[in-house]
Ligand binder design. Structure first.
Ligand code: AP5
Length: 212
């Protein structure tokens, strides 16, 4: 079975998806990671996405849906964790159609990570990532052992450009306008599950267990 993991920026979707993958059996699709990877490599997709990602706007639906379709085509027969996709109603409708048309394992739950706004700000402004392996840290909640150096691969850690306070507010606006309505969309489909995203990551992960 496949899962949709959604919620506001900084709710902990990537952190929880990493734990789900460690349990095995699912293929992780994070549209945010795919856009950042393409930007790093200066591919045509990266060049197209860059101005949207850096300014906190959503990348146009046609581009995002095309990207997900391509990943699904290349990974047929997998159970998926959709992380940060869908983020708009047209994306949700497109995903439903893709799942049907491509014989993807059906979506069992749309898991919504619930976190208060002040916590989101703390998480986003304190986030650091490894430039080489993408590992995610937080300056207070999960710091690296050596400042600026990834514990896993020794790579340099950095702050995402869109984790500055002005871009975060644009991301939160985009979330409220386009993604929050998906709660109702999935409630109507009987797939919606709200998960409390507060507390340390292992405690949050335990709340996901009944749905994995
Ligand atoms: P994306 O990368 O998906 O960003 P996001 O949704 O804003 O989510 P984040 O990656 O910021 O946060 P997260 O929820 O994964 O939190 P994390 O686990 O890292 O998208 C970036 C951009 O790409 C978008 O703005 C848009 O431009 C574009 N894009 C992507 N998908 C798109 C789509 N479908 N359509 C159109 N455009 C799209 O945690 C955050 C921090 O908190 C970390 O430091 C972590 O260590 C810490 N933390 C996590 N959990 C806990 C906890 N329980 N306790 C304490 N600290 C915690």
């Amino acid at each position: 079975m496949s899962l949709v993991l959604f919620g506001p920026p900084g709710a902990g979707k990537g952190t929880q998806a990493a734990r789900m993958i460690r349990e095995g059996g699912k293929f992780h699709i994070s549209t945010g990671d795919l856009f950042r990877g393409a930007m790093k490599n200066n591919t045509p997709l990266g060049l197209e996405a860059k101005s949207y990602v850096d300014s906190g706007q959503l990348v146009p639906d046609s581009v995002t849906i095309g990207l997900v379709k391509e990943v699904l085509e290349n990974n047929r027969g997998q159970d998926f964790i959709f992380d940060g996709f869908p983020r708009t109603s047209p994306q949700a409708e497109a995903l439903e159609k893709l799942v049907h048309d491509m014989g993807v394992s059906p979506i069992r739950h749309a898991l919504f990570l619930e976190v208060p706004q002040e916590t989101l700000l703390t998480r986003l402004t304190g986030r650091r990532l490894c430039r080489d392996c993408g590992a995610v840290y937080h300056v207070e909640a999960s710091p690296t052992a050596v400042d600026g150096k990834c514990d896993k691969c020794g790579g340099e850690t950095y702050q995402r450009k869109d984790d500055s306070e002005d871009v975060i507010s644009t991301r939160l606006e985009a979330y409220a306008k386009s993604t929050e309505p998906l709660k109702e969309y999935y409630q109507k489909k009987g797939l919606f599950v709200a998960i409390d995203g507060q507390g340390d990551p292992d405690r949050v992960f335990a709340r996901f267990q009944p749905y994995l």
